[in-house]
Design a protein around this ligand. Structure first.
Ligand code: G
Ligand code: G
Ligand code: MN
Ligand code: NA
Length: 254
């Protein structure tokens, strides 16, 4: 309840911010974009992890105004990086089920793209398998409309949900993000290695890109490379960065 009451005020009190974790092309080892990750710094309670407050935001419906704020500010940052000379980056934004299934979702996305004047192709929306399975027909319809708008869609935490693979046939998505639980022991557990390779092969046959999440070590990186994932994200290259560190990171890794 303490979190809930404070979360109501967090937006207006400017306590929310975004961190940005780089995503790199695995072959060129060049930054192609960032995932926006929400942070809440409360003056008394300190940094409250998303795993503590996002579920509460979802239960209370606060995820809708917060989600709008995240989308808009992520797109504004992308525009800032463009102005600093870094073009054709992309920004990935996590969406909760409630956000994705709001009636005016597609209109909202269009409005934000227009307002911030970003290219639709540079915005990637991350949804989980759970969001899709919740209401597959609505999901397909929303995804088709988003595809027409031109935004990219990725399935986050892929491999951890309860869904069947069947839905991949129907869904207009662009990218699978292999959950970091597969990457975590890829160098020691033959099953994780086999599953990562199999997911990647399947994804490529379906013309989908593959992101490996949670790459922390050189060893994990080399296994991920062998399984021919396309993009990597993880502490090995960078933790999520406060927004004022992003341009420096881009300059240093150019
Ligand atoms: O940043 P961190 O790894 O602690 O994030 C933990 C979880 O919070 C992740 O599952 C991530 O998807 C989720 N998350 C982070 N930022 C956002 C956001 O802006 N919106 C939603 N819905 N989830 C987020
Ligand atoms: O569920 P989602 O993929 O949105 O979660 C992203 C979360 O994963 C972020 O909170 C981020 O801090 C975390 N993360 C990113 N890279 C790594 C990593 O290399 N190792 C671990 N353990 N967590 C990571
Ligand atoms: Mn994510
Ligand atoms: Na994930």
């Amino acid at each position: 309840l303490i979190i809930e009451n404070n979360l109501r005020k967090a937006l207006e009190k400017n306590e929310l911010s975004l961190n940005f974790q780089p995503q790199l092309d695995i072959r060129k080892e060049k930054v192609i974009g960032f995932e926006a990750l929400l942070r809440w710094n409360h003056p008394d309670l300190g940094n409250i992890p998303p795993s503590d407050f996002i579920p509460i935001a979802e239960e209370t419906g606060l995820i809708l105004p917060i989600g709008d704020w995240v989308l808009k500010n992520a797109c504004l940052k992308l525009k800032e990086w463009e102005k600093a000379g870094f073009y054709s980056l992309r920004i990935a934004v996590n969406l909760s089920a409630q956000q994705f299934l709001q009636k005016n979702m597609v209109e909202k996305i269009k409005a934000i793209i227009k307002e911030t004047s970003i290219e639709p192709e540079c915005l990637e929306l991350e949804i989980t398998e759970g969001v899709v399975i919740h209401d597959i027909d609505s999901a397909i319809s929303v995804l088709q409309q988003l595809k027409e708008v031109g935004v990219q869609i990725s399935i986050d935490d892929f491999g951890t949900g309860y869904s069947s693979l069947n839905y991949l046939k129907e869904l207009p998505v662009n990218t699978l993000k292999i959950d970091r639980s597969f990457i975590f022991d890829i160098d020691t557990n033959p099953s994780s290695k086999a599953l990562t390779a199999a997911i990647t092969t399947m994804a490529h046959d379906l013309k989908l890109n593959v992101v490996a999440e949670g790459v922390e070590t050189y060893k994990q990186l080399s296994y991920v490379k062998k399984s021919s994932c396309d993009v990597i994200q993880g502490y090995y290259f960078s933790r999520p960065l406060p927004s004022d560190h992003v341009v420096n990171f881009l300059i240093n890794t150019r």
